[in-house]
Design a protein around this ligand. Structure first.
Ligand code: 3PY
Ligand code: MG
Length: 277
């Protein structure tokens, strides 16, 4: 089986901590993926944010960044958040379908689809992410297996349906109303809570840094529903302190920081230390 730190953590029922990647470039992604190698901390995944980040989804852009991450021995799983949202499904937009194809053909170990609000939208995500007979993903990329470090396209075909992680974001009012039915869709591996969109769609201010208490209640309910349906639940955090709390609450997958956030807070800490001399 190809290296897949996120899936290993899921299977071991251990919290999978990860990082948001918001800017492109091979060297930048490689540096991020290597950052914790040789330390006791494990970065289980890196999310290429092609929704709000400045990363191109086109095959060369995503493929090179995924290759940079997967070239690190014992490194994190590269995942892609696609630009299209669940709202496009069934509304004449093919975005979700072809963007999942680009991300997975580029070798991503999983996909995250923003703003999935109905079980029908979640089912479309599964169909686009899984090969037949489970779904209707097309087969034929000449490159994907290279980015999975396996030899042949046939081996990839055998492994992909079991190993590709399919996540949908719960972050709309309608998504909250339908959360149980979404969690029960076969082929969805987990629900990923976006606390910023969730807050504003429910009429509350964005987290600063923690969510409003009413939103917090909804977050805890989503966690319960996901686990009752036998699915993983993921949470977006912006600091290690928040992430530790979410892990203690039972979240399975937790964002700790972003490339830009880590750079800025690292600079701030070092300059503060320098100025104190
Ligand atoms: C949100 O909080 O809305 C997110 O999508 C997190 O990335
Ligand atoms: Mg969002």
């Amino acid at each position: 089986m190809a290296a897949h730190a996120l899936l290993n953590a899921f299977r071991a029922n251990k919290p999978a901590f990860g990082t948001w990647l918001t800017t492109g470039g091979f060297v930048h992604a490689r540096s991020l993926a290597r950052a914790l190698i040789g330390t006791p901390q494990q970065q289980s995944w890196i999310m290429l944010d092609c929704e709000h980040g400045l990363l191109p989804l086109n095959p060369a852009g995503a493929t090179e960044v995924i290759a940079a991450i997967h070239g690190v021995r014992d490194g994190p799983s590269a995942l892609v958040r696609i630009p299209a949202t669940g709202h496009g499904v069934g509304n004449g937009s093919e975005g979700v379908n072809w963007q999942i194809k680009y991300a997975l053909d580029a070798g991503a170990r999983g996909v995250l689809v923003p703003m999935v609000s109905t079980p029908a939208q979640a089912h479309e995500v599964v169909l686009s992410s899984r090969f037949p007979p489970v779904g209707r993903r097309g087969f034929g990329s000449p490159y994907t297996q290279e980015n999975w470090d396996i030899q042949t396209a046939g081996e990839y075909l055998n492994e992909a349906n079991e190993s590709v992680v399919v996540l949908v974001q719960i972050e709309t009012r309608e998504g909250v109303q339908n959360v149980q039915a979404i969690a029960e869709v076969d082929g969805i591996d987990g629900l990923f809570i976006g606390p910023y969109d969730l807050s504003i769609s429910l009429g509350y201010p964005p987290p600063s840094p923690d969510p409003h208490p009413q939103v917090e209640q909804v977050i805890q309910d989503i966690l319960t529903v996901a686990h009752k349906a036998g699915k993983k639940c993921a949470m977006f955090c912006t600091s290690g302190t928040q992430a530790a709390r979410r892990a203690a609450e039972g979240f399975d997958m937790i964002n700790v920081t972003s490339d830009v956030g880590a750079m800025q807070s690292g600079l701030a800490a070092e300059f503060e230390a320098a100025a104190s001399a």
